[in-house]
Design a protein. Structure first.
Length: 85
């Protein structure tokens, strides 16, 4: 998932699900497309979610602030049997 305001351009960042252990999604990663650098954000414990959705913030419309925004993902906690957004 990239900032939808950057579609058709040359986005600098992508947000991807981390499927480990396969097929469970245990977190998401922010990938710097120009360098390949990856920052991982893991849910921890027995928490699993789905694909992340990136919603640009108010200044996320320009190239300078492309990664400014919010990441939404549902996360299920296997221990408490609760689902969170």
């Amino acid at each position: 998932m990239v900032n939808r305001n950057q579609l058709g351009r040359n986005p600098r960042f992508a947000f991807l699900a981390i499927a480990d252990p396969w097929p469970k999604v245990s977190g998401f990663a922010k990938v710097y497309l120009s360098t390949g650098e990856v920052k991982k954000y893991l849910y921890g414990g027995e928490k699993y979610g789905g694909e992340p959705f990136f919603l640009p913030g108010s200044s996320g419309n320009d190239e300078e602030n492309e990664d400014e925004g919010y990441i939404f993902c549902h996360v299920y906690d296997k221990e408490t049997k609760m689902l969170e957004l």
